[in-house]
Design a protein around this ligand. Structure first.
Ligand code: ZN
Ligand code: ZN
Length: 160
């Protein structure tokens, strides 16, 4: 990591962060909330509320989409998940704990999201900011286009 903080904090113990946040906000841990949180961290990737809800419902059909929505908002507020918007009108969440900074390539046809990390790009961003006397606190880089399969006209896999 270079001379500035990216949007990921080092989070040592997510259970501890969560417990502290819930106590501060007078929230109780519920079985449904724990199931949603465990599922989110187990699945990984960049999940929309709907996608996560589908995974959770497979384990407990009584969980409502509203509970998933509120739980992800909570994880975002306590810093354990980052909300991302990749231009398809859906908020997606990805885990922040234990992740290094990375940027994204987004396929606008099939929705594939590829993560990348490039030291030269990171350094260039720092150099640009420095030249303008700008103190960067966070950044997001998103490149939009077509993935390899979509360029070749391969139809998206509906199961993906
Ligand atoms: Zn694609
Ligand atoms: Zn990502």
């Amino acid at each position: 990591m270079q001379g500035h903080d990216h949007d990921h904090e080092d989070i040592k113990d997510k259970d501890e962060v969560l417990a502290r946040y819930m106590a501060q906000h007078g929230l109780k841990s519920t079985r449904q909330r724990s199931l949603i949180i465990d599922t989110f961290f187990a699945v990984g990737g960049h999940l929309s509320v709907e996608e996560l809800w589908n995974k959770v419902r497979a384990q407990d059909a009584k969980v409502s989409v509203a509970t998933v929505y509120r739980t992800m908002k909570l994880l975002n507020e306590c810093g354990l998940a980052h909300a991302r918007n990749f231009g398809d009108g859906q908020t997606r969440y990805e885990a922040a704990a234990g992740r290094d900074h990375h940027d994204h390539l987004i396929c606008t046809r099939c929705g594939t999201i590829i993560e990348f990390e490039n030291d030269r790009i990171e350094n260039l961003q720092d150099a640009v900011a420095k030249k303008h006397g700008f103190a960067v606190t966070s950044h997001k880089m998103e490149l939009y286009g077509l993935c390899r399969d979509c360029q070749r006209g391969i139809p998206p896999d509906p199961e993906a």
